[in-house]
Write a protein that binds this ligand. Structure first.
Ligand SMILES: *Cc1c(COP(=O)(O)O)cnc(C)c1O
Length: 339
């Protein structure tokens, strides 16, 4: 299908800025950042671009509610709740435990405060099963949004983002990047970018920094998604690939790493960027490693920043909130944190 009948909602403010990180760039190698924290003032980050398509689809289908799934501190669940509620939809999510950090506590609190109907599950297996079963017995008027909003439709937001970057390159705002480094979770961001760069005939290679394991599954999924996106937007077959790098993962999803903590301090000091331990600390640590790597042929590196501000909404029901926080955000054992 080449024609897209669906018109995405306009939720964000575009183009998001690109900036050269002068303090970290050298005469041989430049580091640039694409500021997708600025997609929206109150609730920004990378999920906004996906939701423009996903919520347009939900609305076109006359949905009364959307149901999704994610980790307890999922930015996708929070952002879906924020924009879904603004669009007058009920929002439900199956939530799965993850290691507790100040950041994920805030994200979960905000989602509950905005009116998310949370359905806690004990593990990813049970969560996925619960999500599938709900789907079988769904009420009319329910639209399903996959993990991270990473369907082909949601990823269209990042095909558009790649086109936006291509315009910025053409306008001389930055040189054409050799590498684009971005956190790789559910894959829609990296996949949409890879398809979009290919459609724009750019040389930019997408390197996804794995935030969970196994790396091969993340790479296969992202590459398949990228090819599906390319088929949807291009007249001719395109060669698209997403590279996946799992060297920065540490102990696993949501576990902080030493390099990530260092990258977080550096990002704050060098350019005032705020990072989170799960996604952007690992991706920025990778960008720094690629920048310093000897012998690479890349000259221009683009770190695609995916973490936005999030709203802080006090929840009305403290007992429910405390119950959910206790079930979904177990405290990480001491000694686990440094890995
Ligand atoms: C969801 C998320 C990602 C990962 O994007 P995917 O499209 O799921 O791969 C990266 N960074 C942040 C801050 C996120 O919330």
């Amino acid at each position: 299908m080449n024609r897209l009948p669906l018109v995405p909602l306009s939720l964000g403010r575009y183009p998001t800025p690109v900036e050269r990180l002068d303090g970290l760039s050298t005469s041989q190698r430049e580091l640039w950042v694409k500021r997708d924290d600025r997609t929206h003032e109150v609730c920004g980050g990378n999920k906004v671009r996906k939701l423009e398509w996903l919520l347009a689809d939900a609305r076109a289908r006359g949905a009364a509610r959307v149901v999704t799934i994610g980790a307890a501190g999922s930015h996708h669940v929070l952002t879906t709740t924020y924009f879904g509620r603004l669009a007058g939809l009920e929002v439900e999510a199956v939530l799965v435990p993850q290691p507790r950090s100040e950041h994920v506590v805030e994200v979960l609190r905000a989602a509950i405060g905005l009116g998310l109907h949370a359905i806690p599950a004990g593990s990813w297996t049970r969560g996925a099963l619960g999500f599938a079963l709900r789907r079988v017995f769904a009420r009319a008027g329910t639209v399903w949004i996959p993990l991270g909003g990473s369907s082909v439709l949601g990823s269209m937001g990042y095909v558009s983002a790649a086109r936006e970057l291509a315009s910025q390159v053409r306008a001389g705002a930055l040189p054409e990047p050799d590498l684009c480094i971005v956190a790789l979770g559910s894959g829609g961001t990296a996949a949409g970018l890879a398809a979009g760069f290919a459609a724009e005939r750019m040389k930019t290679q997408v390197v996804g920094i794995c935030v969970s394991r196994p790396a091969w599954a993340l790479r296969l999924h992202a590459s398949a998604l990228a090819r599906a996106c390319a088929r949807r937007v291009a007249e001719h077959p395109l060669r698209v690939r997403v590279k996946a790098d799992s060297r920065f993962l540490g102990a696993g999803y949501g576990h902080r790493t030493r390099e990530g903590d260092e990258a977080t301090r550096l990002a704050k000091a060098a350019c005032g960027l705020e990072l989170d331990p799960t996604y952007t600390a690992k991706a920025f640590a990778a960008a720094l490693a690629y920048l310093r790597q000897a012998g690479g042929t890349h000259r221009t590196l683009l770190y695609w920043h995916t973490l936005g501000n999030h709203p802080r909404s006090p929840s009305k029901d403290q007992t429910e909130e405390l119950g959910l926080l206790g079930r979904l955000l177990p405290t990480v054992a001491a000694g686990d944190a440094g890995r």
